[in-house]
Design a protein around this ligand. Structure first.
Ligand code: G6P
Ligand code: MG
Length: 216
């Protein structure tokens, strides 16, 4: 029997394929400002807040903006992003994610969302995933972004499960760090070369089973 009693899921890149929409919208913004950034750079944007992403991108382009201009740029990016996610369907749930969420529920484990996104409600609603979660912690209720563990600790607290009995599913380096800083186990979703600090790394949730948590 596993000692794990709760699963905390990142959203973008773990349950749904929105990472590509974030990338497209940020790239469009950078291009309008007269520069570009690489897919490698894009890795650094995963898991961090909208405002912090903008700061990094402006730094890459060597562009300086006033606080009011930054607000306008972040809003512009989000408008394009929301246009894309509004058209999302359950087809865009990543392979195996819905099945795994159902298995977690059937096994009597608790589930929380632990995302930096302020758009998580819309995405969960569009994809029909909302009912799988006991607790939603997202960018609307956290004040410190990953790699700060706040988002996951709030999730554990709301579920009333100690952090060491929680496992986090994450695709971002910042998210893996956040989970570790919170004293939680981490399943990395992606490449072992990038997610070096995860306890295990898989390339997606298809094929991942609740009984694999026993070994963690
Ligand atoms: C997730 C994504 C990040 C994104 C952040 C904020 O963590 O991985 O790339 O910047 O959410 O998303 P939002 O929808 O609030 O702009
Ligand atoms: Mg993510």
């Amino acid at each position: 029997m596993s000692h794990i009693r709760a699963c905390i899921f990142d959203l973008d890149g773990v349950l749904v394929d929105t990472a590509v929409y974030h990338y497209r919208a940020w790239k469009r913004l950078a291009n309008e400002l007269g520069f570009d950034f690489t897919e490698d750079d894009n890795e650094k944007l995963k898991g961090i807040s909208r405002v912090q992403s903008l700061e990094l991108i402006l730094g890459w382009g060597g562009v300086e903006k006033t606080p009011a201009e930054k607000l306008e740029l972040a809003t512009r990016k989000n408008t394009w992003y929301v246009e894309m996610i509004q058209a999302m369907t359950p087809e865009e749930i990543l392979p195996g994610a819905k099945e795994f969420l159902a298995e977690v529920k059937a096994a009597g484990l608790k589930s929380a969302l632990g995302s930096a996104s302020k758009n998580s409600g819309l995405i969960l609603e569009r994809t029909g995933l909302l009912s799988f979660f006991d607790v939603i912690i997202d960018g609307n209720v956290v004040s410190a972004s990953k790699p700060d563990p706040q988002v996951f600790l709030k999730g554990a607290e709301a579920l009333q499960i100690p952090p060491n009995q929680c496992v986090v599913f994450e695709d971002a380096v910042a998210g893996v760090e956040a989970a570790r800083a919170g004293g939680m186990k981490v399943v990395g979703i992606g490449s072992p070369e990038i997610l070096r600090d995860a306890d295990v790394v898989v390339n997606g949730l298809s094929g991942f089973r609740v009984n694999m948590l026993d070994a963690m």
